[in-house]
Design a protein around this ligand. Structure first.
Ligand code: ATP
Ligand code: LTN
Length: 330
């Protein structure tokens, strides 16, 4: 293990889906042992869209179980809930006071979500600043995320550089780590939009822990095109997405898969993708059920994770407060 710090997280705004797994969690599990790794569940980010409190609480715990079921090992990394650690929101405030408003208004995710909701609160605009705080608080070097988070990471880098040049060297400038395969899994129903927890059409999103029969049904109704050729191309977003999923699930290249399925019908192909995904998820489902039966274990892991993170967060926060010019509390 190197002493390089790696952090990442997901929102408990819905159950984890295949995009989260292939674009993020699977990479986390492969990297956890090689870095000083911290993985959080960003409940403070989740409330940028109005949540039902009881549902949010429930999903936060299931999300922790899903992290572990996906392969995160509490012996190798820290797993914790963002709101359990004092420092994320506090650092976000300091960084927000150095963030140009225009840069936040230009964020693609903000613009997308703004269009989808009727009432937009200031928290949604501030979302990327809180994310920068999550990262900079731990002196992070590496942030493995999906393609959709690239712009947010650039803000985190800009803020690190700006703070360092204003107040002297304080933060590492973090590096994004975005895998090509699995970096952007698209909705099965609207294959030009990313698969998302908050998709209004539930048939578009493949949840990791849903019943295999239900996954199969979603694959069967996946939107494709009016051709018959199984080939990855810009004008064939549905088939390209299914090929990307199959490639990520089997480790085979897109080119090899195009050869394997030359001449097959779309329905045979869809069935193979469904089977490969269900097989890949089978052991995860088993582990998830076991974990949900042992809430005490889950709570212990989250408590230990938060304790470790809190020590580190206090250290960084007091450094930042001192440099900013806040009078020290005696
Ligand atoms: P929401 O739809 O509620 O905004 P989300 O599904 O995008 O949420 P997040 O919790 O925001 O999920 O993301 C967790 C991780 O999963 C991030 O690293 C993100 O880049 C990655 N991710 C999310 N969606 C996809 C996708 N469709 N393809 C690949 N990676 C994804
Ligand atoms: N915005 C991210 C979740 C997230 C995150 C982070 C990821 C919040 N803070 C810090 C990496 C590092 C998302 O929507 N996927």
């Amino acid at each position: 293990m190197t002493s390089k710090v790696l952090v990442s997280g997901a929102q408990p705004s819905g159950e984890l889906h295949l995009g989260n797994y292939l674009g993020a969690l699977r990479n986390w599990t492969e990297m956890q042992a090689n870095y000083d790794s911290l993985f959080f569940i960003v409940d403070q980010h989740a409330i940028t869209i109005r949540q039902n409190p009881a549902e949010l609480r429930r999903r936060t715990l299931t999300c922790a179980a899903q992290y572990i079921a996906c392969g995160l090992d509490p012996q190798k990394c820290s797993i914790f809930i963002q709101s359990h650690v004092i420092g994320h929101a506090e650092l976000a405030w300091v960084l927000g006071c150095m963030t140009p408003l225009g840069q936040l208004q230009r964020m693609t995710q903000f613009k997308d979500k703004q269009q989808k909701s009727e009432n937009v609160d200031a928290g949604l605009l501030f979302y990327p600043v809180l994310m920068a705080a999550d990262i900079l608080l731990y002196n992070t070097e590496l942030v493995p995320v999906g393609e959709d988070q690239k712009q947010h990471l650039e803000l985190a880098r800009d803020l690190a550089i700006r703070f360092n040049s204003t107040y002297s060297e304080t933060f590492n400038v973090p590096e994004p780590y975005i895998l090509k395969s699995g970096g952007r899994i698209m909705s099965l129903q609207t294959p030009t939009a990313k698969m998302s927890k908050s998709d209004s059409n539930a048939l578009g999103t493949l949840y990791l822990f849903e019943e295999p029969e239900s996954l199969q049904k979603k694959f069967r109704s996946a939107v494709t095109d009016s051709e018959t050729e199984i080939r990855s191309a810009v004008n064939k977003p549905g088939i390209s997405n299914l090929l990307a999923i199959l490639s990520a699930a089997t480790g085979k290249s897109i080119e090899a898969l195009e050869k394997d399925y030359a001449g097959s019908s779309y329905s045979v192909f869809k069935n193979s993708v469904a089977e490969a995904v269900i097989e890949m998820l089978r052991p995860l489902r088993k582990r998830y059920t076991e974990l949900m039966d042992d809430k005490t274990y889950l709570q212990t892991i989250l408590q230990q994770g938060a304790e470790n993170a809190q020590k580190r967060a206090y250290k960084m926060l007091s450094k930042v407060y001192r440099k900013t010019g806040f009078l020290e509390r005696m």
